[in-house]
Design a protein around this ligand. Structure first.
Ligand code: PLP
Ligand code: ZN
Length: 404
């Protein structure tokens, strides 16, 4: 039986507050509204082929706790425990994920025409990408519900992240990754003792193979949005952004989109914060940034389509964006439209250029996916979609070191 390690190095010294409990009530299908039991292992709504969303008793959370009290707790993902799915303390795994810096970046900001720019720098997560937030929450919850063996299809970073949390938990992990994914991604999976299967094809092919072995061996398939809880871990990114800006939200958020959990998770978190009375109902415009070599979401937004179509011959150096067809396309497209946002694609050359500009002017070595958001912000400022006095947050979703 696994054991959650408490992260002692940053423990608060006089933390006498009782362990917060999860206020998870049920899961809900956003398409048909049907409700599902949250205390058994669930995957998707099969009738709608849709992800399930976790729902909480927000009125009770609001009555019990204020954000100021939460900010007194030990930092990291689990400080938001009321709004996360794991009930028992011993299953709350941690490698020290979350609690990343929101860095004011006025020099590059001025340079690209967005003077009030900040970068939420997810590269400092334990395995070097924001994937850790999602996998921390999802692996923890799956263990609590009895899972001991995991399988994941990945474009790169999610595989290393699952492998790390599985190692911490003493659980087995099987990772299906495109054979041409960055070498660092392949090596880190082995380093954490997980099994790596290299796939001839992209993440959708890896997904098919993972689903097949999951069926065959009973391993739990922890694919993006095919279980409800990776999304919950990702939510914490915007709880942090709100807290880091005194519960005032930025005007625009730019996010690199592959499978779309980041975007959808943030939008869900905003609505939870409104229901809790933590923020006012003026939400940021959400911008989905993709690579010009793989931009199914951008195409669907431009064509005003309700579903995305599979992108043929997907290619980009930003491996996290090499997702030809996101499973949660409906939720991703709705998020962008509801927020008054937009979607745009940038070239690999623009990513490389902005990686270098960000590194030189701010000391942040961004993943190409993260650098893509700066290239997109520059385009949007130039076209007048972003105004000069607007507060803008770009997400650097991972460390550039993983791509060298
Ligand atoms: C996975 C990944 C993305 C895409 O995130 P989604 O939530 O799948 O849209 C972006 N950047 C990096 C570095 C990633 O690893
Ligand atoms: Zn449904």
């Amino acid at each position: 039986m696994p054991f959650a390690r408490v992260f002692h190095t940053i423990h608060r010294r006089h933390d006498l507050t009782p362990t917060p409990s999860s206020h998870l009530t049920h899961l809900e299908c956003p398409e048909c509204g049907k409700s599902f039991d949250a205390d058994t292992l669930q995957t998707i709504c099969k009738a709608c082929n849709s992800p399930l969303l976790a729902r909480y008793d927000l009125a009770q959370v609001a009555a019990q706790i204020t954000p100021a009290e939460i900010m007194q707790r030990q930092d990291g993902l689990w400080r938001w425990a009321e709004l996360l799915p794991v009930r028992q303390l011993r299953y709350r795994l941690t490698l020290g994920e979350g609690n990343t810096a929101l860095v004011e970046t006025p020099r590059i900001g001025e340079n690209i025409g967005v003077p009030r720019l900040a970068v939420k720098d997810e590269s400092t997560n334990p395995t070097g990408s924001f994937k850790d937030r999602g996998l921390c929450a999802a692996v923890s919850r799956a263990l609590e519900l009895g899972v001991e063996e995991f399988v994941i299809p990945t474009a790169g970073n999610a595989g290393g992240s699952l492998a790390a949390y599985a190692a911490l938990a003493g659980a087995r992990a099987y990772v299906f990754m495109p054979a041409d994914a960055p070498l660092t991604n392949q090596r880190e999976v082995a380093q954490y003792g997980a099994d790596l299967v290299l796939v001839d094809g992209l993440i959708n092919e890896a997904g098919k193979q993972a689903a097949a072995v999951s069926q065959e061996h009973g391993w739990f398939d922890i694919s993006t949005l095919k279980e409800p809880y990776r999304l919950e871990g990702k939510k914490t990114m915007v709880f942090e952004i709100a807290a880091q800006h005194n519960w005032q939200l930025p005007d625009v958020i730019l996010y690199p989109t592959g499978g779309g959990t980041g975007l959808v998770g943030m939008w869900k978190a905003f609505h939870e914060m409104i229901a809790l009375g933590w923020i006012e109902n003026k939400l940021p415009r959400m911008v989905s940034v993709q690579a010009s070599g793989c931009a199914p979401v951008v195409k669907a937004i431009q064509e005003n389509a309700e579903r995305a179509e599979i992108w043929q011959n997907a290619h980009t150096r930003a491996s996290g964006l090499r997702v030809p067809l996101p499973f949660a396309d409906r939720l991703v497209l709705r998020t962008i439209r509801e927020s008054g946002g937009t979607a745009l694609a940038v070239s690999d050359e623009a990513m490389t250029d902005h990686q270098q500009r960000l590194g030189r002017s701010e000391g942040i070595f961004a993943a190409p996916e993260g650098a893509a958001t700066l290239a997109a912000a520059e385009q949007l400022a130039r076209s007048g979609w972003i105004l000069p006095d607007e507060r803008v947050v770009c997400f650097n979703t991972g460390s550039g070191l993983k791509y060298t």
